[in-house]
Design a binder for this molecule. Structure first.
Ligand SMILES: Cc1ncc(COP(=O)(O)O)c(C=O)c1O
Length: 402
């Protein structure tokens, strides 16, 4: 079937949005579609989308992208792109209400962000100061840390345990007088988890030692966790002052480019974050896609099962080469490659063979590399590259886990 650009745009006008766009892209190809849309705009056209020729397993993205419901929702909003979000439907309030409803909470318990990064950065601005420090394990996801450094706010860190899990014992003595404690569960870059009980006990201790300190629990990857001891801390946040959870649509929902995240907690905790939020920070397309995704839980279940299978394959392939990984509960693994090379050397060697793996994670960059889980086909190719790049290390271990 041939679908012209004019036909596509006409389709949008008459409301056959998703159907018209889908048919157009299928018929003409995505690159051609992008090139054609850019034609004559003075913008340099790019016929190949970035990363088309490489295996990109560097940013913990969902390799399959959003589900059909989310894509249809985005395409369906094209005709309203001229309108401000408050003149479109659904509204960002609808998304807040839906998130609240799914968590037996109210709209005032939820704040939307441009990805969960906005929640993390604003938490630093709201609760930290030159005299109210950040506490976090090391290594962990470094957005709070980076924002605190930018603002010259003090940071105190404690190491992980021997299995690369967050260790609450050395963190606890650091919390008195802290502005913010950041706990990422599962933790990026290690992909390890802490149990719901250990986390709740830690929060109770923080509340006793330093009641004004806010605990931010980042659950970007929690949908991927199958360990039965792990549960979302959202109920804890909704019933405990100064605790909030950050969530994102960037990972299991496959919408990293759409930029939608949220914070959830007691209304008094959420209120100052809402004040820092830019008006209409989440756009019309993001709101529509997030709502559609939340109504499509089956898609998430499939993605979690797919990821677990490919992750198991990848961990085993590396173990067969003699390289152990930390116990992963996420869509990425953290692998000890230190017998052969540093993370930077591994990254460069893989990049020469068109496989892009994760960045350095100090203080573990001399020994550990983070590898995101792509599709099975991508990981079959990537593990062949790993085989070429990494010298076989001695002694494999069952399952290859720490
Ligand atoms: C632990 C963690 N939190 C938050 C984020 C940010 O995600 P978002 O795309 O929602 O800003 C990431 C991104 O990789 C992450 O790894």
């Amino acid at each position: 079937m041939s679908v012209s650009r004019r036909g596509f745009l006409q389709g949008l006008r008459v409301g056959r949005t998703a159907e018209a766009a889908g048919a157009f892209m299928a018929a003409r190809g995505h690159e051609e579609h992008v090139a054609e849309l850019l034609q004559g705009s003075g913008t340099r056209t790019r016929l190949t989308p970035p990363g088309a020729n490489v295996i990109r397993i560097s940013s913990n993205e969902n390799p399959l992208g959003p589900g059909k419901a989310a894509i249809d929702a985005i395409l369906g909003k094209f005709p309203e792109a001229n309108r401000y979000p408050f003149n479109s439907s659904p509204l960002d309030a609808d998304l807040e209400i839906l998130i609240a409803k799914l968590n037996s909470a109210k709209r005032e318990n939820v704040v939307l962000g441009v990805g969960s990064q906005e929640i993390l950065r604003n938490a630093v601005r709201v609760w930290m100061s030159p005299t109210r420090h950040l506490v976090e394990p090391s290594p962990t996801y470094d957005i709070c840390n980076g924002q605190a450094r930018q603002l010259a706010f003090p940071i105190r860190t404690a190491p992980l345990d021997a299995k690369l899990r967050i260790d609450f014992a050395p963190l606890l003595p650091l919390v008195k007088g802290a502005g913010l404690v950041y706990i990422n569960n599962p933790n990026n870059p290690t992909a390890t988890v802490v149990s719901a009980k250990a986390l709740a006990d830690f929060v109770a201790e923080v509340r006793k030692t330093s009641p004004a300190t806010v605990v931010l629990i980042d659950e970007a990857y929690i949908d991927y966790a199958s360990d039965p001891s792990v549960q979302s801390a959202i109920p804890l946040a909704l019933s405990t002052p100064n605790v909030l959870v950050a969530r994102t649509f960037s990972k299991v929902y496959g919408m990293a480019g759409v930029r939608v995240g949220y914070g959830i907690g007691m209304a008094e905790t959420i209120k100052p974050l809402s004040r820092w939020r830019m008006p209409y920070n989440v756009n019309t397309f993001g709101v529509a896609a997030a709502i559609a995704s939340l109504k499509d839980p089956l898609h998430i279940k499939d993605e979690v099962a797919r990821n677990a299978k490919v992750r198991e394959f990848t961990v085993k392939a590396l173990a067969d080469l003699g390289y152990k990984s930390a116990e992963s509960q996420g869509n990425f693994i953290f692998t000890d490659i230190g017998k052969t090379m540093t993370a930077a050397q591994f990254r460069e060697a893989c990049a020469k063979q068109s496989v892009m793996v994760g960045r350095d994670f100090p203080p573990m960059e001399k020994q550990w590399a983070r590898i995101s889980i792509g599709t099975m086909e991508e990981m079959q190719k990537a593990t062949e590259v790993f085989r070429n790049v990494l010298k076989p290390a001695t002694a494999t271990t069952a399952g290859g886990k720490l």
